[in-house]
Design a protein around this ligand. Sequence first.
Ligand SMILES: CC(C)(COP(=O)(O)OP(=O)(O)OC[C@H]1O[C@@H](n2cnc3c(N)ncnc32)[C@H](O)[C@@H]1OP(=O)(O)O)[C@@H](O)C(=O)NCCC(=O)NCCS
Length: 324
Amino acid sequence: MYELLDRETLKTGETLEIGVVTSPEEEYAPGIEELLSHKGEMWRAHIRAALEGRAERLETRFYLGLIEGKPVANIMTVERLGVGILGHVYTRPEQRRKGICHAVMSRQMEHFRQRGGHVLTLGTGFESPPYWIYHGFGFRSLKGGFMRYAVEPDHAFEERWFAPAPAQVKPVAWEHAPLIALIASLPGAEYLRSVAWRYVGIENLERALIEFFARQLAGDPVGGCVLESETGAVAGCATWHPHSLWSDVWLVDSFTHANFTAQTPDLLEGLEVPPGKQIAYLDAQAREKAALYESCGFVREGTLTRFLRADGEPRDVWVYGRER
Ligand SMILES: CC(C)(COP(=O)(O)OP(=O)(O)OC[C@H]1O[C@@H](n2cnc3c(N)ncnc32)[C@H](O)[C@@H]1OP(=O)(O)O)[C@@H](O)C(=O)NCCC(=O)NCCS
């Protein structure tokens, strides 16, 4: 579906039409796919799925700038319950520096707020030209080029969203991607959070998530589950992947919002890992998490000395295993 949002006269005198495409969509799909054809295959797999209405409940919107009916610029948002990731910001090279990105983003941000959106995150080069475009729209750096925008001041939304509440385990699905990305934008109780996703401290998980879902779509042996709170928040996530070094050994990771650490066992028991040996690497300072792993049958089998560089400080990593 295409919805016209606005028209604007550019510096050049040309008329820019600004509209938003939601899935499923046929008329604008070839133009969007062509505009974003420089993206890698895993990103294009999501774009295709979204345009064909196969991206489950992950709300995917393509905000387009069009000149004479032809898409020349794009900004994509993927959202669930007002929590989103903004990406695929692109203006055709021959159309740049005419104010198109700025015009499309003004309408996109306005639309996000009007729809009751809460928080957006994105990744870009730190202090690059797009970094300053996003900065102008209220995004602020969380870590280098990983940026966040919130409608409400400070972390008012996250405080409500992640308030302690009953939560249940569900299989991970595409719709959870922006919600998982939000937990990763906040510091957790531990520093080492997911080895498979190379996630320590706070991190932009956009690439890790798209890779994970592309692998799931391709039928690779990977899986996961999330802890869904009553507010709709994904308050925790656990995954399993094949260990890169050993056959029939599965790498298990889990992380939660700090208010939901105690529910780590629910996540670990919610994973449907194939038979074999399960290995988990835990930050040696995460004693509560380690005790929760032990309560689920994980046994500490070794220590990797000074493997983790937490803000420059070397730390030990515990290796936990269980056989299932
Ligand atoms: C970044 C990008 C989307 C900007 O698109 P655009 O339509 O040319 O942007 P605008 O014309 O709206 O620029 C708005 C302002 O941003 C700044 N800006 C944009 N491109 C810039 C550049 N290459 N160098 C310095 N400043 C730049 C300028 O201040 C500009 O205003 P001005 O032209 O009046 O000085 C475009 O360059 C692009 O597609 N780049 C490749 C993909 C990319 O890097 N995407 C972002 C990934 S996070």
